[in-house]
Structure formats: structure tokens, C-alpha cells
Design a protein around this ligand. Structure first.
Ligand SMILES: [Zn+2]
Length: 319
């Protein structure tokens, strides 16, 4: 299945297992109830996600839902590879969905901004039937002056190093709505759902992409500072290098996860989020289990594309 595009990016793909949505609701709610005091999961008509607080660049998550895992952590660790630059427009073409609506988590474009940063991808790409682009992507960085987190808009369609993206036609339609509150277990919101699906579906890979809101409480996020000048060889090295923050809700996250890796060297979950109050970064978990309330809209992806998988790989820093 491997093929080479004109830009020499290697692309591999696999069809995903797509369970019936009603069955998925039952499976997810059972798993969530082991980790949250209250949980509900249902199939709903996607609300208009262009509205606050979500502010997606397209109204829905429907039509040709696909996941793309581009590059990877080995492009950052042990040392950043400054050559690794990708274009979301190009990714949309590589997954045969020019003009796709794209959301997800990745590294902001070092080559454009001249600093390392987190990307919250949220863009209706150009191409296909409509030639209009709507780029609502945001990036966040560490303010070198005082170590605070800074959120800003992103004028480029490019990113660096890696991204986990969900692509679709961005249309309204049926999606899976999840509500969960008062965390009683150790798993974060996404890991709980991912492990629940892994337990149920085994080596059949199920992949979801969408958006979740942390309505109440606070959550631990990280933001990458400038590239490390010394090699990051262990998870401790990575954690000492990253800047961690406890961010106040409401926080809007863009999220991709898969229940299983069918041999593509995938990152199984990746969620980045931001608050309209000016923060953003990589979601780890909420730190206020009693207060936390999550509301999510997810779509089930039909295919996973692996784009430009690093030739030398490892498992450091994939948390
Ligand atoms: Zn991240």
C-alpha cells in the first residue's frame, strides 16, 4: 500500500473498523462510568460547531471522516529535525480529501514563526468544490520573558515535526455526543475512552476524531518551549524540558484517538486545546476531579493514513 507522492512523502493507510454508532454509545458509556460519576453517550445531530465556544472553521464533523498521523515524536526527540515541515493543505490532498475540514493536534510551524510552539489545527482547506480557505488554527507558545503561556492566531497552513489530524467534509450530520463529569478514576477523559474501545474491539482498530469542551474545573496542559539544545533521551528529560500549566476552563480541545495500532507506528491519542481567555497547549488531564465537566462531539473515522513515518522510531515522549 505504500506509495510516494511527488513531494516524496511516504503514505500508508488502513481501513478502520467502524462499529455501529448505537453500539459504540453503549460501549463508551460503560467504560466512562468506571471513571466518572456521571456519563452519558448518545447519537445526535451535530450542533453548529462554528458557534461559541467551539468556533470550528466548519459546522460539522461529517462526510468522509479520516484520520492522519503525520511525522512523529522522533522528529522532535532526542533533537528537533528543523527540516520537518508539512502543509495541512497537502495532507488533505494526500488523504484524497482536498477542501477538507481539518482539526487536531500538532507542532506549530517553526519555519514560519521562528519559534517552537503548539498547534490547535482548525481549518477548512482550499480545494475541491469550494476554493475558499478558512483558517481558524491557533498556536500557543511559552513567553520567553516571563514563562507565561501565549495564545495567538496562525496565518500559515504549515506545521512542523508532527500532527494527529481528523479530516472530513465538515458537514452537519450524526455524531457521538459524550458528557462526563466528576472523575472518580485515574484515567483522563480521552484515555478512558481509548482503553474502553481497545478492551472491546481488540486488534480491530477503531479511530475517533472530534472536539471536547472542558466546561468546568482546571486541567494540566503543556507547551513546548524552544527546541532543546541537548538531546532528550528519557521521559524525565522531556518532562524537565516541557513547560506545564494548570489552565482554567472553559477549554476547547481538538482530539484524535485510536484503540489499536495496526502496525503503522501511530500515536494512539493526541489532544490540544485552548481557552478564549488566551491559553492553549497539549491536554494531559484535569486536576479538579470533583468539579470537572466534559462535553464532546466525536465522529468515527473510516480510514487512518500514516504520512512520512519516521524511519527511526522510539516510544519516548508519546504521553
Ligand atoms: Zn501535543
Amino acid at each position: 500500500m505504500a506509495q510516494t507522492s511527488e513531494k516524496e512523502l511516504k503514505v500508508d493507510s488502513r481501513k478502520l473498523f467502524v462499529p455501529d454508532k448505537q453500539e459504540l454509545c453503549k460501549v463508551l458509556v460503560e467504560g466512562l462510568k468506571e471513571n466518572f460519576a456521571d456519563a452519558s453517550v448518545s447519537v445526535v445531530d451535530c450542533p453548529d460547531l462554528t458557534q461559541l465556544p467551539f468556533t470550528l472553521a466548519s459546522p460539522g464533523l461529517c462526510g468522509n471522516p479520516r484520520l492522519a498521523d503525520v511525522g512523529g515524536v522522533p522528529n522532535l526527540i532526542p533533537l528537533a529535525n528543523k527540516e520537518k515541515k508539512y502543509d495541512i493543505e497537502k495532507v488533505a490532498e494526500l488523504v484524497d480529501l482536498p477542501g477538507a475540514y481539518v482539526l487536531g493536534a500538532g507542532a506549530g510551524c517553526y519555519q514560519f514563526f521562528n519559534f517552537n510552539c503548539e498547534m490547535m489545527a482548525n481549518i477548512k482547506t482550499k480545494g475541491g468544490q469550494s476554493n475558499e480557505r478558512r483558517n481558524c488554527t491557533r498556536i500557543s507558545k511559552v513567553n520567553p520573558e516571563d514563562g507565561s503561556c501565549v495564545l495567538q492566531t496562525c496565518e500559515t497552513t504549515c506545521f512542523s515535526l508532527m500532527a494527529n489530524l481528523f479530516l472530513s467534509d465538515g458537514k452537519p450530520g450524526k455524531v457521538i455526543k459524550v458528557r462526563a463529569s466528576k472523575r472518580t478514576g485515574e484515567e483522563n477523559f480521552v484515555t478512558c475512552m481509548r482503553k474502553t474501545l481497545a478492551k472491546k474491539y481488540g486488534d480491530k482498530t477503531v479511530g475517533l476524531g472530534g472536539t471536547f469542551l472542558i466546561e468546568q474545573g482546571k486541567a494540566k496542559f503543556h507547551v513546548m518551549p524552544d527546541y532543546s539544545k541537548t538531546p532528550l533521551n528519557t521521559n524525565d528529560d522531556v518532562n524537565n524540558w516541557l513547560k506545564f500549566y494548570e489552565m482554567m476552563s472553559p477549554l476547547v480541545c481538538f482530539s484524535c484517538f485510536l484503540s489499536h495500532d495496526p502496525g503503522l507506528d501511530l500515536r494512539l491519542e493526541h489532544s490540544h486545546g485552548f481557552g478564549h481567555h488566551g491559553v492553549g497547549g497539549h491536554y494531559h488531564y484535569d486536576v479538579t476531579p470533583d468539579e470537572v465537566v466534559y462535553e464532546a462531539y466525536y465522529q468515527v473515522a473510516e480510514t487512518i493514513y500514516r504520512v512520512d513515518a519516521p524511519t527511526e522510531t522510539h516510544n519516548v515522549g508519546r504521553d
